[in-house]
Design a protein around this ligand. Structure first.
Ligand code: HEM
Length: 413
């Protein structure tokens, strides 16, 4: 069945606050379902999501939100890019064959070996962040820990100065606003002005690193050869770097925050990990499975296709809901329960799979694991601070993020 059950409204803030009953209902009643209000097919079963991401020749990234066209549509705002900046592109998310050519330029820096060389820095930053509030016995965990950690790590990996983080956040917040939906003209102008400032900042760093290369990813890209034929253009390199900077931030922040929330909500699971630290690696997978920071992404069909008995016409938007797939009872037993020993936890879709699977997955996994290693080493008696938490999430269709999380603890003696 492809018809939306009448009782489901995925734009309702109450549904977005707790998506999971709606995912279960859709999986039972309409696993591939056309949503007229969103003009998209919403796919919630693991097997269908798996099929779609493994057939990028049918379900492509082209023409949707991942477009080489600027997502800003107002002519005056677009003129700002044209006159003062660069084309806004997404080389890392293109369709084959170009996709692979760009991805291979970043994949080794983000591989297991590439990430390993940043581990000492990640350990140091985690400890420094905890030092700042450990004597207080209470912390607003997101602002004081989950936000700064991924920002500092991605800056270092790219080769951007940590002191620039406050300004970088202003630019990247504007960058992601185009996904909020229709923006007013004023907002589009603001997005374009900040976008162009960000682009010019990046290109200045690229020029510095062309002249004096350092051991970082911007230097690598600045001096790389595309297919052995030419350097990357300024627009290509800017787009790759801003995508990595933004991809490297929020999602990892959200995962660490959700991880703490899950552990404090499931004290018996916390006790298991405390007793056996070798479970941390699997715990990270279980966190990503249960509270996937990227709940889903759109793809576009390039031909008429039939999937699990549902006919989907060419040119349709098909939204693959990774977070629903991750709680599919046909794939994961007791899918809503946290189980840090779950054997299949790592087969979740939080990073997608196949050619567009997240290049930052290893980095994120390592950051989350190191974060919890130190948090558990140094903090005891962890609990939610009474009367300070409403556990509300930021509104939105794609990202899953707690707004704030205040916790109490004692120091491990
Ligand atoms: C917990 C953290 C993260 C989550 C949950 C996440 C999730 C995802 C998902 C689901 C996709 C696939 C999108 C699609 O369907 O096309 C993706 C792609 C991507 N991610 Fe991540 N991501 C995370 C961290 C990162 C980090 C740390 C970086 C950068 C260092 C990054 C950079 C990217 C880029 C560039 C793509 C596009 C790849 C492509 O289309 O080939 N992400 N991410």
């Amino acid at each position: 069945m492809a018809t939306k059950p009448d009782t489901i409204n995925l734009l309702d803030p109450a549904v977005q606050e707790d998506w999971y009953p709606s995912y279960s209902q859709l999986q039972e009643q309409a696993p591939i379902c056309f949503m007229p209000d969103l003009n998209m097919y919403f796919v919630s079963k693991y097997s269908d999501v798996h099929y779609i991401v493994r057939h990028p020749e049918i379900f492509t990234n082209q023409g949707g939100v991942v477009s080489t066209e600027p997502l800003v549509t107002d002519p005056e705002a677009r003129a700002i890019y044209k006159e003062h900046g660069f084309d806004r592109m997404f080389p890392l998310s293109l369709d084959p064959p170009h996709h692979r050519k760009y991805r291979k330029m970043i994949d080794s820096a983000l591989s297991r070996n590439g990430v390993r060389k940043h581990e000492p820095f990640i350990h140091k930053v985690v400890d420094q962040l905890i030092d700042q509030w450990i004597d207080k016995g209470q912390v607003e965990f997101i602002a004081e820990f989950c936000d700064p950690l991924p920002r500092m790590v991605i800056c270092t990996l790219l080769g951007l100065p940590i002191e620039d983080i406050p300004q970088l956040i202003i630019w990247s917040t504007a960058w992601v606003r185009v996904w909020e939906g229709e923006l007013s003209k004023e907002d589009q102008l603001d997005v374009a002005r900040k976008g162009v400032e960000f682009q010019n900042y990046i290109i200045e760093k690229v020029r510095e690193k062309r002249a004096e290369p350092q051991d970082d990813l911007i230097s690598e890209l600045a001096n790389a050869s595309f297919e052995g034929e030419r350097p990357l253009t300024d627009a290509e390199i800017i787009s790759m770097i801003d995508h990595l900077f933004i991809g490297g931030n929020e999602t990892t922040t959200f995962a660490i925050a959700s991880g703490m929330w899950l552990l404090l909500s499931n004290p018996e699971q916390l006790a298991k990990v405390r007793a056996d630290r070798s479970l941390i690696k699997n715990m990270v997978e279980e966190i990503l499975r249960l509270e996937s920071p990227t709940q889903g992404m759109p793809k576009i069909t390039v031909e008429d296709v039939e999937l699990s008995g549902v006919k989907i016409p060419k040119g349709s938007i098909v939204h693959v809901r990774y977070a629903a797939a991750n709680r599919d009872p046909d794939k994961f037993e007791c899918p809503h329960a946290m189980d840090v020993t779950r054997k299949s936890a790592g087969s979740h879709m939080a990073f997608s799979q196949s050619i567009h699977s997240c290049p930052g997955a290893t980095l994120s996994r390592v950051e989350i694991a190191i974060a919890f290693e130190h948090l558990l080493d140094r903090l005891d008696d962890l609990e939610f601070t009474p009367d300070k938490n409403d556990f509300a999430h930021l509104p939105g269709f794609v990202l899953r993020a707690l707004k704030s999380l205040t916790i109490n603890f004692s120091k491990v003696s």
